[in-house]
Design a binder for this molecule. Structure first.
Ligand code: Z5A
Length: 229
C-alpha cells in the first residue's frame, strides 16, 4: 500500500490523542497527506459499536464477546476508512488498533492468546501497522490525567477506566510484552515526561523507522504531479 499505517497504543491518559495531533501537524507541514482516525470507531458503523461498548452495554457479555465487537468494528473501519486511505497514498494515524484487543481483552481480560491470534488473523486479513508507538507510563499517572480531563468536562469514568488498579497494571505489562515480541514494528516511548519531550521522542523514532515520511519523500508507488497526463 502507498501510505504508511501508524498506530498509537497505551493505557488510559497516556497522551495518544495529544501526540497524534502533534504528529499530524508536523506531517501536514511537510505536505504529507495524513488521516487521523481512532478505535473503536473511525467509520459510521464502527462508531455505533463504539457507543455501545464504551457505554458499558457489552460488559455483561464478557471479554470474549467484547473482543468480537471490537473486531466487528475493526473490520468496518479497515474496509471503509483505513485501507482506502492507504491505497490512495494517505498516511493513517490511528488512536488504538489490534494491540488494544490483545492487551485489554486478551491479557487483562484473560482471553486465551491463541484465540486472540486467530481473531486478529481473520480481522486484519494481512493489514498490519508499519509502525506502532506504545506510550508507556505508570497506570496511576495515566488514570489521574484521564480523571482530571473528565472532571474538567464534567464527565464520569467510561467502561474501562472504571476497572480496578490491577487491571490497569496488567495492561501496562501487556503493552510492553507486545513491544518486546515485535521490536521491528513497535517503539516504546516514555510518556511520563512533558508533551514536548514525548513529541521529540516520537519524531526521532519516526525519522529512524520511516525516514521517507520525515524527509518528505513520496512513497515509490505514489502518483506524482508529473505522472498525471
Ligand atoms: N479498547 C479495548 O478494550 N479494546 C480494543 O480493541 C480497543 C479499545 C480498540 C477507548 O477509549 C477504550 O476502548 C479504551 C480501550 C478500549 N479504554 N478506555 N477507557 P477512548 O478512545 O475513549 O480513550 P483512550 O483511547 O483510553 O484514550 P484517552 O484516555 O482519551 O487518553 P489519550 O488519548 O491517551 O490521552 P490524551 O487525551 O492525549 O491526554 C489525556 C489528558 O492528559 C489530557 O488532559 C492531556 O492534556 C493530558 N496530557 C497529555 N499528554 C500529557 C503529558 N505528557 N503530560 C501531562 N499531561 C498530558
Amino acid at each position: 500500500m502507498a501510505g504508511c499505517f501508524i498506530t498509537f497504543e497505551g493505557g488510559e491518559g497516556a497522551g495518544k490523542s495529544t501526540q497524534i495531533e502533534r504528529l499530524r501537524q508536523r506531517l501536514g507541514g511537510l505536505a504529507q497527506p495524513t488521516l487521523v482516525t481512532r478505535e473503536p470507531g473511525g467509520s459510521p458503523h464502527a462508531e455505533e459499536i463504539r457507543a455501545f461498548i464504551l457505554g458499558g452495554h457489552a460488559k455483561h457479555l464478557g471479554p470474549f464477546a467484547e473482543a468480537l465487537l471490537f473486531a466487528a468494528a475493526r473490520i468496518d473501519h479497515l474496509d471503509k476508512t483505513i485501507v482506502p486511505a492507504l491505497n490512495r497514498g494517505t498516511h493513517v494515524l490511528c488512536d488504538r488498533f489490534a494491540d488494544s484487543t490483545r492487551a485489554y481483552q486478551g491479557s487483562a481480560g484473560n482471553i486465551d492468546e491463541a484465540l486472540i491470534d486467530q481473531l486478529e488473523r481473520v480481522t486484519l486479513r494481512g493489514v498490519k501497522p508499519d509502525l506502532t508507538f506504545i506510550l508507556d507510563l505508570p497506570a496511576e499517572t495515566g488514570l489521574a490525567r484521564a480523571r482530571e480531563r473528565q472532571a474538567g468536562k464534567g464527565e464520569g469514568a467510561d467502561r474501562f477506566e472504571g476497572e480496578d488498579a490491577s487491571f490497569h497494571h496488567s495492561l501496562r505489562q501487556a503493552f510492553l510484552s507486545i513491544a518486546r515480541s515485535e521490536p521491528r514494528r513497535c517503539v516504546v516511548i516514555n510518556a511520563d515526561q512533558e508533551p514536548d519531550e514525548v513529541e521529540a521522542a516520537i519524531w526521532a523514532a519516526l525519522r529512524e523507522r520511516l525516514p521517507q515520511l520525515a524527509e518528505n519523500r513520496l512513497p515509490d508507488n505514489a502518483v506524482r504531479p508529473l505522472d498525471v497526463a
